[in-house]
Design a protein around this ligand. Sequence first.
Ligand SMILES: C[S@@+](CC[C@H](N)C(=O)[O-])C[C@H]1O[C@@H](n2cnc3c(N)ncnc32)[C@H](O)[C@@H]1O
Length: 197
Amino acid sequence: MSSRIEAIGFIQEDNAENITRYRESLDSLLLTDENLRNRRILDIGSADGGFARYVRSLGLNCEIVDLDTVWAPPPDAQAVRADAYHLPFRNNVFDLVVSSGCIPILCIGSKFTGEAQARQNTKMSLSEAFRVTKPGGQVRMNSVPTIGSVNFAGHYEWEYFGLIAVADAVKDYVRLLNSRGNKAFVKTDTLIIYKKG
Ligand SMILES: C[S@@+](CC[C@H](N)C(=O)[O-])C[C@H]1O[C@@H](n2cnc3c(N)ncnc32)[C@H](O)[C@@H]1O
């Protein structure tokens, strides 16, 4: 279930430093300020809505979705508490759907859920982002694991195999989209999807 989030609690103040951080997340999505103009934008896994505040600093709008409730969005932000696997939006409504730093967290699951679940999670989160994107629109997600980029070092075994499963599921989904006339690819660690117009 999703619900409109009431803007209660503290509202994070932006300073030059954290606005710069969200500018960097735009860079890592391989986007520029210009790509944001005249677009209906959704940020999935927005946390406290920092990216949306960056977009707002340009005089534009950005809707946000996160499952967690510890953060409080700006009062006039369009914020929805919802699961990325079941986005509470109709099909084909956003020009640009972004997600920063979320795919591993969203998809890997836990040591109890296993690789099949990681694959399923990946498919669900990518297909939901695609579903709500308009024909001719784009999905951009950074921090997307690729087979060659996942290192065993620094991970528990279940995390390593979970990330490999996520990377493989991303590859499969990209192939599926391309076979249906969309254009999808991973550049470095950024997934870019151009939905067929
Ligand atoms: C690494 S943080 C993302 C940070 C933010 N995008 C940024 O760039 O600062 C991951 C976010 O994903 C959210 N998240 C995790 N699972 C989710 C789910 N199933 N649906 C929606 N959001 C989820 C978490 O609550 C968290 O805010």
